[in-house]
Design a binder for this molecule. Sequence first.
Ligand code: ADP
Ligand code: MG
Length: 342
Amino acid sequence: MSYLRLALIGASLTASPLHAEWISGEEAIMGTAIRVELWQDDAAPDAANPGRDAIAAVMNEMRRIDRLMSPFIPDSELSRINRDAAAQAIAIDRELFDLIQTSLKFSKLTNGAFDITFSSVGYLYDYRAGVMPADTQIAQALPNIDYRHIALDSARGEIRFLRSGVRIDLGGIAKGYAVDRGIEILRARGVREALVSAGGDSRLLGNRHGRPWMIGIRDPRAPGREGKPVAMLPLQDAAISTSGDYERFFERDGVRHHHIINPRTGRAADTVRSVTIIGADATTTDALSTGVFVLGVDAGMALVRSLKNIDAVIVDRAGKLFFSPGLAAPRETSNKHLQPKS
Ligand code: ADP
Ligand code: MG
């Protein structure tokens, strides 16, 4: 009897009992901050720590996707495509093939505003070093931007660039995709309430114990954590992405050169400061936030209105806010991801 009691005390010292609680983790991956927050039930057996394990699994998935899709890693699959696909059709990783195919779908949907071949000119910019291409360089490379230069053969799993000088970069969609993968991993492990975010792309699983998650939209001219958000959105089971002109930029002669490129000009899209898209999955909201940023308020909102379960908040270049109809009248919203305030 006393031996048993001692053994029990010993066990509780080595494996401290888990409490039901919110736990979180943050790491720098894919050139941004990855954050995972989840509700851990207390039903776990001794010595197991499923919540922490799940967070680690999401972080590992982010590292895997980065190694596959980074244009900055010379031996990534994406770098290999940029090196070899203009010379001949090459067989590529299926997951990457599928995301490129999805990217082409968003190019058609946005009439070319979202275009992963933006990089044919975009790679000439170095925002950290304040380097930009000369006008003649832009003019020379501009014809290489066009998603129709990408030929995909689904049966063979092959990609080919139809002209030399074409480059692709998945920076406008890969983080959203990685967030979706993170949510899938958590769901498969039985997590029911969680947030996964990669920079400006987030997705929410469930809600916060019966209350919606409250997600703020940053003020594009005071984007730090201190700045007061321009809007707060109550969300559940939703994805939300913001594209802004404040994430990566430098200024020259009064012009802000930032990382969202208008494929028609090879220069930073300049009619808005930020675009936030709300929808079901983060791959979609990421691609659309970039595409709608290029389209601007009128064409962008027209596209948003034409899509089911998609809403948007746009801050234009004068700082004026625009809400899509589903947000302007949240009680009557047709977007099932938005929680009407009660
Ligand atoms: P972030 O979360 O980094 O702010 P965004 O979703 O706003 O990302 O996308 C910006 C990134 O998208 C750029 O850094 C670049 O990699 C890529 N990009 C820039 N212009 C375009 C474009 N017209 N179409 C597709 N991708 C783009
Ligand atoms: Mg994006």
